[in-house]
Design a protein around this ligand. Structure first.
Ligand code: BDR
Ligand code: CA
Length: 320
């Protein structure tokens, strides 16, 4: 039996602690080929997110992967200063990574995505783990983009779960609801990975200790970056640990985890200025009747997956 060719993946991210874990996983996964990375403001501003990404890639010896800075501001409002109480002042838990000599490419993130969609036409998978401002810009600049994209995986939203930035909204979607509406309205197949499932998967101190004990610098850096994030999650889990938002989306994109309930249903985003702003409204009525119930819906909402992500994640990152 021949091993399938790795899936070319464009990652759009706001690196970010859990973004860093996702990047470490994608670099180690044999199922994907990370061909380009765009950054967006979210956890931190887009330029710092690119710096964090370049520095992490250098630790992995992956200076071949182009990194492009994307949108600083969102479609309808300026960048709001990130989430230092969650991700630290520099986005990566206050850890000073060795500075890579490499700079971002001249193209902006949405330009790099469009360029790579031609290079890998029909095969490129888009994985977003931050606000999707860059994707909205790409769709605006080139409405034919979806015809060259094999699929989209997006970490964002909350279907039936509570929000994490407002009572009903998840941070990535809430940071740019208009962009999320553009992504969800485009003509491509989307796998939406919402809080409903990401908070059900977590890392703990044993996992972090395993990363810190690695014999290569990349996993060790990821272990150090997680320290600050583990404090933030104390009240949620009652122990030092963290949710696996972005790593779960990465593992789903890479086919590393099997989905057991992911109905294909219409999903809308609240773009009003009211208390529901940024809420994802998934029409889960009739979800158990099968995909035919919602003829034409292009978005699968991931609600259940098989097994635990943490062992697969740590094993993959450590195996390299
Ligand atoms: C999402 O928001 C960011 O803080 C995380 O990196 C993740 O992408 C979770 O709501
Ligand atoms: Ca993120």
């Amino acid at each position: 039996m021949t091993t399938p060719a790795p899936i070319p993946v464009f990652l759009d991210c706001d690196t970010g602690v859990d973004d860093s874990v996702a990047i470490a996983y994608l670099l180690a996964s044999r199922a994907v080929d990370l061909v380009g990375i765009g950054t967006v403001s979210g956890n931190i501003d887009s330029a710092t997110a690119a710096r964090n990404t370049l520095d992490l890639l250098a630790l992995y010896g992956r200076d071949d992967i182009p990194v492009a800075i994307g949108a600083h501001d969102h479609l309808s409002h300026p960048y709001g200063g990130g989430a230092p109480w969650v991700h630290g002042d520099n986005g990566i838990g206050g850890v000073d990574l060795p500075r890579s000599a490499r700079e971002p490419v001249a193209a902006s993130a949405h330009e790099l995505l469009i360029e790579l969609s031609h290079t890998h036409a029909g095969r490129l998978h888009l994985l977003t783990i931050g606000p999707v401002t860059n994707i909205a810009h790409a769709l605006e600049a080139d409405p034919t983009l979806p015809t060259r994209i094999a699929g989209v995986t997006t970490m964002g939203g909350a279907a039936l779960a509570a929000g994490n930035i407002s009572p009903v909204a998840e941070a990535n979607i809430h940071n740019d609801p208009e962009a999320a509406a553009a992504l969800l309205g485009a003509d491509w197949d989307i796998t939406l990975v919402p809080l409903d499932i990401t908070v059900e998967h977590s890392l703990d101190e044993d996992d972090r200790a395993a990363l810190l004990a690695a014999d290569t610098p990349g996993p060790r850096a990821v272990g150090a970056i997680l320290d600050h994030y583990f404090d933030f999650y104390m009240p949620l889990y009652g122990r030092r640990g963290c949710a696996l938002h972005d790593p779960l989306a990465a593992a789903i994109a890479a086919g590393g985890i099997t989905l057991t309930r992911a109905p294909r249903v219409p999903v809308m985003v609240d773009t009003s200025q009211g208390p529901g702003r940024g809420q994802t409204i998934a029409d889960l009525r009739g979800q158990r009747l099968g995909d035919r119930h919602h003829e034409g819906a292009r978005t699968r909402v991931v609600l259940e997956a098989e097994g635990e992500l943490a062992p697969h994640l740590i094993e993959t990152i450590l195996r390299g």
